[in-house]
Design a protein around this ligand. Structure first.
Ligand SMILES: N[C@@H](CCC(=O)N[C@@H](CS)C(=O)NCC(=O)O)C(=O)O
Length: 386
């Protein structure tokens, strides 16, 4: 009981400290402007012939006057992230950041600036994330965040392409003997506040008596778990795999139970009201998926200069010669044609991002499963780049 009180006080203290830290982040821009009008066609695309030797750009865009212009003027994109979940968003001892979500932040920077390092990472707790997004403290939230109706509708957030299809699970000590949820009757279960996790737990355990212990930060939750205050630790299964991989007593001290009891589609979210910016984030994700479909990788992008595959030529901003003349494809998103080449060079295709951070050869050892390409029986699918 005493330990529980200490943990609760520590959580409150840490939340206050974090709120303060987030408040010091400079707020740029305030109310976002709508950039719907930003897309203008500057080239004749329908059936006209370009004068000999001239290259036109299809669907080209004027620079936007919304968040894109603001980010471009600032010179970096502010990405709201997690720094406590290995594999997804983690601050290493040497000060570097790594993870699946971190790589998508870098991909956005590569798309806009051609430089994956042009990111300002803003660490946020689960509780802080939507407030920070609404307040304009970040440009995009990429922090193991589940896409739900009330968040999309009520948090001033617009959710975009899912990057990771997840589901909630339960982690227990390997020597506990617990194998099914019902074994956890009359135990204490630890959970982070401000998460879908907290809500799903109540739904799944509606007929199982349990004591929920809520925390604001993972590190504090982990201390409570190590101290024996929690019999179960519930979260998105991917997050549990991340935490387990770095557990102080070693991963074998813990098991993640088999049952998955929710849908947790994780992906980026932006503030409502700037469709050009939303489209950019969406297409950065889509491009990593299309790159995997087409076999484009960080190490081979340069070898496609002579490819006859038109989708690859469109992606890489290579000239396309037809009866209508020579064109370079521009999707009209306000980015330089060929921006996908910078994204793929910087972070690789979707499969590379997955494998590098959470795949079978990492401590998390996750299989692709739902996150396999649609052509391999998974849910990872992107609209065509044309
Ligand atoms: N996907 C869920 C859960 C997200 C979440 O916050 N998960 C925990 C995973 S253990 C986390 O990120 N903890 C790190 C922290 O807040 O310090 C949601 O969007 O509500």
């Amino acid at each position: 009981m005493k330990l529980r009180l200490i943990a609760a006080l520590a959580a409150v203290f840490l939340l206050a400290a974090c709120t303060q830290a987030a408040d010091t982040t400079t707020t740029v821009g305030g109310t976002p402007t709508t950039a719907d009008g930003g897309v203008t066609t500057t080239a004749d695309t329908g059936g006209t012939t370009a004068p000999a030797g001239e290259t036109t750009t299809t669907g080209a865009t004027e620079p936007g006057d919304g968040l894109l212009a603001e980010v471009q003027a600032r010179g970096s994109v502010r990405c709201g992230i997690n720094e406590a979940v290995p594999g997804f968003g983690f601050l290493e001892a040497d000060g570097t950041r790594s993870g699946f979500d971190i790589d998508f932040c870098r991909a956005v920077a590569a798309a806009i600036f051609g430089d994956p390092e042009a990111v300002e990472f803003v660490p946020l707790t689960a509780q802080q994330r939507f407030t920070a997004l609404q307040a304009g403290e970040i440009d995009v939230l990429i922090r193991n965040t589940t896409y739900t109706a009330s968040r999309d509708g009520g948090e001033g957030a617009t959710f975009l392409s899912t990057t990771f299809y997840d589901g909630q699970g339960m982690m227990v000590r390997a020597d506990s003997g617990f194998t099914v949820m019902e074994d956890l009757a009359n135990t204490a279960i630890c959970v982070l506040s401000g998460t879908t996790t907290e809500l799903n737990l109540a739904t799944r355990f509606v007929d199982i008596p349990y004591e929920p212990l809520t925390f604001d930060e993972n590190d504090v939750l982990q201390e409570a778990f190590v101290a024996g205050q929690c019999d179960g630790w519930t979260s998105d299964k991917s997050q549990l795999a991340g935490v387990r991989s770095a557990f102080p007593e070693g991963p074998d001290a813990l098991v993640i139970m088999e049952e998955t009891f929710s849908k947790e589609p994780l992906g980026p979210a932006v503030r409502d009201g700037d469709s050009q910016w939303a489209q950019i984030i969406d297409w950065v994700v889509n491009v990593t998926i299309i790159a995997e479909e087409l076999g484009l990788e960080s190490g081979n992008v340069d070898t496609f200069a002579d490819t006859e595959n038109l989708e690859i030529r469109r992606l890489l901003g290579l000239e396309i010669v037809s009866d209508e003349g020579t064109t370079i494809f521009d999707a009209g998103l306000g980015l330089e044609p060929g921006w996908p080449a910078d994204v793929i060079t910087a972070v690789g295709n979707y499969g590379e991002i997955f494998n590098r951070n959470v795949g079978p050869d990492t401590p998390l050892a996750l299989e692709r499963e739902l996150n396999a390409l649609w052509t391999e029986g998974g849910l990872i699918y992107a609209p065509p780049f044309r």
